[in-house]
Design a protein around this ligand. Sequence first.
Ligand code: SAH
Length: 257
Amino acid sequence: MADSIRFILVRTSHPGNIGAAARAIRTMGFSRLGLVAPHRFPHADATATAAGADDVLDGIAITPTLVEAVADCTLVLGCTARRRGVQLEELSPRQGALRALAASVDGQAAIVFGNERTGLENDELMSCHAAVHIPSVADFSSLNLAQAVQVLAYELRLAIMEQAPPLATAAKIELPATIEQLEYFFTHLEQMLENIDFHKGRSPRTIMQRLRRLFLRANLEEREVRILRGIFDDAQRMARLARPANGRAEIEGGGKA
Ligand code: SAH
């Protein structure tokens, strides 16, 4: 199960934090660390702070974007020190750990951490199913990056150790959709809304943010994604038919385009 849970550090500035994060997850039985566009890596500071967790450092996967780092995941949790404009469901580390563990039974889960100064961008949080907030005090809420990683890794270890048998054996019949499938789904949704002239000249950005939130919260299964995309296909087909340019709307729709 620990192999199906990965920790992703996004745009990390200090290589020392990368090594310290590697050590943090290694002590809790995890080994999968991913870096999204790190400022400096490999680096002597990372090797030093890893304090011997070299196997974790050696196995690090580096990707240019977060979506690539979590493309095959069915659950992505974004850790944030404070609340953002993007209203994501917010979980405690314990709730997040339980959710990740459940997802790791038959899929892949990722816990994502932001840059030391700026945290996670709103766009990055929009690829997350939920946010995790370590309940720090409001006027000094930001933990050191590697320490935040440690808290999550610890909660995950506790959850694995205490895990009740039903969680592991709960038979899921339907496969959950991966982030890659959801990204294709969102692109299709956006195109379809464009085709049916839903936006009427307004920016699609806000509505897409809301719809992403809605569909990520719904934890869609593969089959549900296929059904919805089938509906989008039909809507696009009808929109094509209804276009005045081919003259059919006037005939079929009594002149109302
Ligand atoms: N000023 C940044 C802080 C970044 S700290 C901000 O406000 O977002 C670096 C990373 O550590 C954060 O992006 C987050 O992933 C994690 N982190 C720090 N404190 C946290 C907290 N209280 N809860 C959850 N994650 C936290």
